[in-house]
Write a protein that binds this ligand. Structure first.
Ligand SMILES: O=C(O)CCC(=O)C(=O)O
Length: 264
């Protein structure tokens, strides 16, 4: 039976296998794994992202959020998510859902006090292919604060990845994806969701590591956004994910060669 909005299934990290996560992604469009990061990891990541957030302006429109700060070009600015981008559970799920994949839009998101709810959207809607689409996008939200109903936990519409027809906004039932700091939520590109309103006096920090199929143009152009001298120092798998990979025999080549040759 599919889950009702009120009862999102939450896995503990010990029971979070690739199979279980994919099963929930198929059933609900999302899968929450609680306490995936330790409190020490959360504290270290928060501290480093805070350093970056101090320099970041608030958003320019309703979608970015006028009270929300976003860290774009994340891998140019922090090393805090290098390990998570190549995490075995994540890459196992990516293999199953997208096949060969790359980072598309990695962003730190700090929803400030007084922010209103973000318009609901599907992450795969940036690709003008009509619905239903093939599997193009898989997203993960890493909670660095407790995500609560009051502070802007992501609002999700469980099951919306399977709707055959669009529904008017007033017929879309959402539920806040509440989870403790250190948890990660996987969600399909076809799942309707959006940042929640923050009615507290503190900001809510999360990081999205958002992936697309490796043959598709990513939302953010990392090859320009992350300096080559930074990418050169990263492990090969992360270099791949940032656009220095080839998929199929030719997609991504540079002058007939593997793009990694240009990092040397
Ligand atoms: O911050 C959130 O909870 C979700 C943000 C989001 O979906 C987006 O910015 O595309």
């Amino acid at each position: 039976m599919p889950t009702t909005p009120q009862e999102l299934t939450r896995l503990h990290r010990d029971e979070a296998t690739v199979e279980r996560v994919v099963e929930l992604l198929d059933r609900d469009g999302l899968a929450i794994v609680e306490d995936y990061l330790s409190p020490e990891q959360v504290a270290a990541k928060r501290a480093d992202l805070q350093r970056v957030l101090d320099e970041v302006p608030t958003g320019r429109n309703e979608f970015e959020g006028f009270e929300t700060r976003r860290i774009y070009a994340l891998f140019a600015k922090t090393r805090a998510f290098d390990e998570e981008a190549v995490d075995p559970l994540l890459t196992g799920v990516l293999d199953r859902v997208l096949g060969d994949a790359q980072l598309s839009a990695p962003v730190g998101i700090s929803i400030g006090p007084g922010e209103s709810a973000q318009p609901l959207h599907r992450d795969d809607a940036v690709y003008p292919l009509g619905d239903p689409k093939p599997e193009l996008v898989l997203n993960t939200m890493w909670a660095l604060d407790d995500f609560t109903e009051a502070n802007g936990a992501t609002l999700v519409a469980p099951g919306s990845h399977r709707w055959s027809e669009p529904r008017p906004p007033e017929q879309v039932e959402t539920v806040p994806a509440t989870m403790p700091a250190g948890s990660v939520m996987f969600f399909r590109g076809s799942l309707l969701h959006g940042g929640g309103a923050n009615r507290t006096d503190r900001s809510r920090l999360g990081v999205i590591l958002h992936f697309c199929a490796a043959w598709l143009r990513p939302q953010e152009n990392h090859v320009l956004g992350v300096p080559r001298e930074v990418v050169r120092e990263l492990p090969p798998r992360l270099q791949d994910l940032l656009g220095y990979g080839v998929t199929g025999p030719f997609v991504g080549n540079v002058d007939g060669r593997h793009p990694r040759k240009y990092l040397a």
